[in-house]
Design a protein around this ligand. Structure first.
Ligand SMILES: Cc1cc2nc3c(=O)[nH]c(=O)nc-3n(C[C@H](O)[C@H](O)[C@H](O)COP(=O)(O)OP(=O)(O)OC[C@H]3O[C@@H](n4cnc5c(N)ncnc54)[C@H](O)[C@@H]3O)c2cc1C
Length: 478
């Protein structure tokens, strides 16, 4: 029940960025209310019983290296509000074409040694970044033109992160290391020949060695619920089941932060948006969509290579060449025959999410617009090749296509998990080229979703930086 106290700020949308914005504002002593159209908070950070009773699936994000390491989340007392991180034995594994697995260990030295003649190159790529991972995150998870606090580390990141992932791959010689690098880079949802595609590989690889790739115990929803509980503790309010269609739907407040798509923001601003701003937002570009499958299984996935059971996350994509081909094919509008499949098997490390002895699998592949739901069979065949007998374990399967994902949250337009293209231009003009891209032409109104820097992923930093802009502009607080 909302209180009748006057509000300082209203947040539209309770995704990770809306919640992070709300917490940042509430921590500054402001009176905040969050309005969310779904019955539960979380947006892309939520869990649901998508298949059978007793199985808890993640609707959006499943794997949370950024959530664990986020400069905002890691300094907030979320453990006191129910959040426990579960660390798999190894952060991730990669399935090569013929089903052999490569498990990437958290320990950098061990991981590098496992790459044989690429050991030194792997250590040189990641070692300096792993040593400074907190500083690196502080600098990369913020709007771009800000002065870096760790310029040397950021420069090292830029040298390998700005060029296409395929360029850095040339430094590696073994098929295993090249494939693992490609599997990391493909998280960017870009062809691997695109400038900027190396950044995802560097960042996620660094976090694998520095902080692991954990899951919130009980599912992604546990992180959203902890953020919501912390917000309420700070005096913030949350109203669910409220869709904001017009500024008239909002209670009076001095600032409004919108955790939604540029399209929804434009609809809310109406005539008050300047023609130039309107033109920028209309040109905002999205990456390809996806087809996602959630499985309830009668047992653990029977990987051909049993060592893959030690990894929380799997990249099923084969060699560097296979993955490069698959992602380029998606960008050309053709669904590949051998897709790059991202999968997570959290119940091996968190049995609370399925009935005793049973398991879940979360998996998706990038897809071009218009991909039919039948493509699920191609994704499933990719899993079956790596794990013969997988299909026999399936108790139930839930499919989410790009259209359904966009209906779930407008941020995921066309099914783009990152809420906008993550190439260099997509990072520089997200959604407009500005040192403070959260500001809109309407005084007191801000965009705070992943359509603002630093972009997609569960880190809350888009919300955090948008809130900082509002604190400075509207409330005179630094
Ligand atoms: C399938 C999938 C897998 C992913 N996997 C990972 C992963 O493993 N790790 C990772 O770090 N990231 C992952 N991501 C990306 C991550 O989920 C997103 O980057 C993140 O959720 C974006 O947060 P957000 O707050 O900007 O938007 P959202 O999470 O979409 O939240 C926006 C919220 O605002 C609400 N809303 C919007 N408009 C209105 C309105 N007008 N009125 C009221 N409410 C409104 C929506 O209902 C939604 O709840 C994945 C995403 C998807 C879809």
């Amino acid at each position: 029940m909302p209180s009748s106290h006057p509000l300082d700020t209203v947040i539209v949308g309770a995704g990770p960025n809306g919640l992070a914005a709300a917490v940042t504002l509430a921590r500054a002593g402001l009176k905040v209310r969050v309005l969310e159209r779904h019955a539960r908070v979380g947006g892309g950070l939520s869990s649901a019983g998508l298949t059978l009773p007793g199985f808890v699936h993640d609707v959006g994000s499943a794997v949370h290296p950024l959530g664990f390491a986020s400069p905002a989340f890691r300094t907030w007392p979320l453990h006191a509000f129910g959040l426990t991180w579960v660390q798999p034995e190894a952060p991730f594994g990669h399935v090569l074409e013929e089903g052999t697995g490569v498990v990437v260990e958290r320990d950098l030295r061990t991981a590098a040694q496992n790459f044989g003649e690429d050991a030194d190159t792997w250590s040189a790529l990641f070692g300096p970044l792993v040593a400074e991972w907190r500083g690196l995150l502080d600098d990369v998870l913020k709007p771009l033109p800000r002065l870096p606090r760790h310029p040397l580390t950021l420069a090292r990141f830029g040298v390998r992160g700005v060029p296409p992932a395929t360029w850095t791959a040339r430094l590696l010689k073994t098929p295993e290391a090249r494939a693992v690098w490609a599997g990391l880079a493909a998280h960017a949802n870009l062809p691997l020949g695109t400038p900027g595609s190396g950044a995802a590989a560097l960042l996620l690889g660094t976090l694998a060695h520095a902080a692991q790739w954990p899951f919130p115990r009980g599912g992604a929803q546990a992180l959203a619920d902890a953020l919501a509980a912390y917000l309420r503790f700070l005096g913030g309010e949350i109203e669910t089941g409220v869709e904001v269609r017009s500024m008239r739907d909002l209670p009076p407040a001095r600032a409004v932060l919108v955790d939604s798509s540029p399209g929804v923001l434009l609809a809310l601003l109406g005539d008050r948006a300047t023609p130039a701003y309107r033109a920028w937002l209309r040109r905002y570009r999205y990456g390809p969509g996806l087809l996602k499958l959630d499985y309830a299984l009668s047992g653990p996935v029977p990987w051909r290579d049993p060592s893959l059971r030690r990894a929380g996350t799997l990249h099923l994509g084969g060699t560097l060449e296979n993955i490069t081909h698959a992602e380029a094919s998606v960008a050309r509008g053709v669904a590949p025959e051998r897709p790059y499949v991202l999968a997570a098997q959290p119940t091996l490390f968190d049995p609370s999410r399925a009935p005793a002895g049973q398991h879940i699998l979360w998996a998706y592949a990038h897809t071009p617009p218009g991909t039919p739901d039948m493509y699920a069979e191609v994704i499933e065949a990719q899993i079956e090749r790596a794990a013969p007998g997988f299909r026999d374990l399936v108790l139930a399967r839930h499919l989410t296509n790009a259209r359904q994902l966009q209906a779930f949250s407008p941020v995921f337009q066309g099914g783009d998990v990152n809420g906008g293209r993550g190439d260099l231009w997509g990072l520089l003009a997200r959604p407009v080229p500005s040192p403070t891209p959260y500001r809109t032409p309407v005084s007191g109104v801000y965009l705070c979703s992943s359509a603002t820097p630093p972009g997609g992923g569960i880190h809350g930093m888009s919300g955090y930086w948008a809130a900082r802009a509002a604190l400075r502009d509207v409330f005179g607080k630094r």
